[in-house]
Design a binder for this molecule. Structure first.
Ligand SMILES: NC(=O)c1ccc[n+]([C@@H]2O[C@H](COP(=O)([O-])OP(=O)(O)OC[C@H]3O[C@@H](n4cnc5c(N)ncnc54)[C@H](OP(=O)(O)O)[C@@H]3O)[C@@H](O)[C@H]2O)c1
Length: 340
């Protein structure tokens, strides 16, 4: 298996998003989740992505749930050396202030230290390979948060720093404090806004890109039904709620290309990302997630799938046909394009 570089971090060319192993899209048992991870790592998918906020919150919990990290701990106990481990802090779940305002983020330096200790404890590891700020805190200059993250590197608790959903300007400011290894934001056939400013800034600074929800939260694979998403938050999003039927035309475009190559929609969707990243001179490692081992292996099969100009032009047409926003939160500034 070849490797890809995100800054100085060497990782598998496709990673694994562990969020889907918790309740968010239907869930599974911890044992089954670890069996899927085992199959993925055996196959060469060694770059694992989690966050302190992933997982079902425990009764009465007020901060990040931490249960996805806890699920990973027994797996890491036996396979830590094979894995490049990424986790995130800074989304604190929704807290309501005394004035009735809600706040979802915390980027204070002391909180970065506290959150890192908590993640290390839950994961049962000495060091995190890639530690991301999950969302910038509008009340804390990003320089201050990243300064604290740099202290975590000095303390040997973290190897590399990443940022999620930052603008190009926020990336530049952060990168001036300490080199940023990777930027993680949504990027896929139907989420292209990061190509305007963020991806070019990564290419210029030598920062790797980690596209999250690369399969459009499952929609682009063409395997989902309305009934399957009825019980989770996806049915409440504009793209997968009211625009479900109208967005099926996008799935058809992907399916046409997949038929030509005799591969699956998921493989075309991921191969498109790898090709598009190469066109834009950025190193990119998508992190699709699945509860099923066979799907993790299928996704790895996107590596090496060649797409020609005709395929790329056809797939490019998705961009103008999408209905609904990629933002899943009722606040435009939650995603980078809302602050650009
Ligand atoms: N930084 C952030 O703010 C942020 C936000 C969202 C996600 N993320 C990260 O990105 C990772 C991936 O994102 P995501 O889970 O939202 O979306 P995704 O990877 O685009 O899609 C996941 C969904 O696709 C399905 N799937 C996976 N492979 C498939 C295949 N080959 N064929 C058919 N269906 C397939 C899975 O269902 P089954 O389980 O049924 O296979 C799952 O429901 C997350 O796990 C998380 O680590 C980060």
């Amino acid at each position: 298996m070849t490797t890809t570089h995100l800054g100085e971090l060497s990782v598998s060319p496709i990673g694994f998003g562990c969020m889907a192993l918790s309740h968010v899209y239907g869930g599974t048992t911890d044992e089954s989740a670890r069996a899927t991870l085992g199959a993925a790592v055996d196959a060469g998918i060694t770059f694992l992505d989690t966050a302190d906020v992933y997982g079902e919150p425990r009764e009465g919990a007020t901060g990040p749930a931490g249960t996805n990290e806890e699920m990973l701990a027994p797996f890491l106990a036996s396979r830590r050396e094979e894995i490049q481990l990424a986790t995130k802090f800074g989304i604190t779940a929704i807290r309501t202030g005394t004035d009735g305002s809600t706040k979802r983020t915390n980027g204070r330096p002391e909180y970065a230290h506290q959150a890192c200790e908590a993640s290390l404890g839950r994961l049962g590891v000495e060091t995190i390979d890639l530690y991301y700020l999950h969302r910038p805190d509008p009340d804390v200059p990003i320089e201050e948060t990243v300064g604290a993250m740099a202290e975590l590197i000095e303390a040997g608790k973290v190897r590399h720093i990443g940022l999620s959903e930052v603008t190009a300007d926020e990336l530049r400011r952060a990168h001036a404090v300490h080199p940023i290894t990777a930027l993680q934001s949504e990027w896929s056939l139907w989420s292209r806004d990061v190509e305007d400013h963020v991806v070019p800034a990564c290419a210029e600074l030598g920062v790797g890109f980690v596209p999250y929800s690369p399969l459009g939260r499952g929609f682009l694979t063409g395997t989902l039904t309305k009934e399957q998403v009825a019980d989770d938050f996806r049915s409440g999003t504009s793209r997968m709620g009211q625009a479900w039927d109208s967005n099926q035309k996008i799935v058809q475009i992907v399916a046409e290309v997949a038929r030509r190559h005799e591969v699956t929609n998921a493989q075309v969707t991921l191969a498109w990302l790898l090709h598009r990243a190469a066109q834009l001179s950025v190193s990119a490692v998508p992190i699709p997630g699945s509860r099923k081992p066979e799907r993790a292996l299928e996704n790895l099969g996107a590596v090496g799938l060649g797409l020609d100009d005709e395929d790329m032009t056809q797939l490019d047409s998705v961009r103008t046909q999408v209905e609904g926003s990629r933002n899943i939160v009722d606040n435009p500034t939650w995603i980078s394009s809302g602050r650009e």
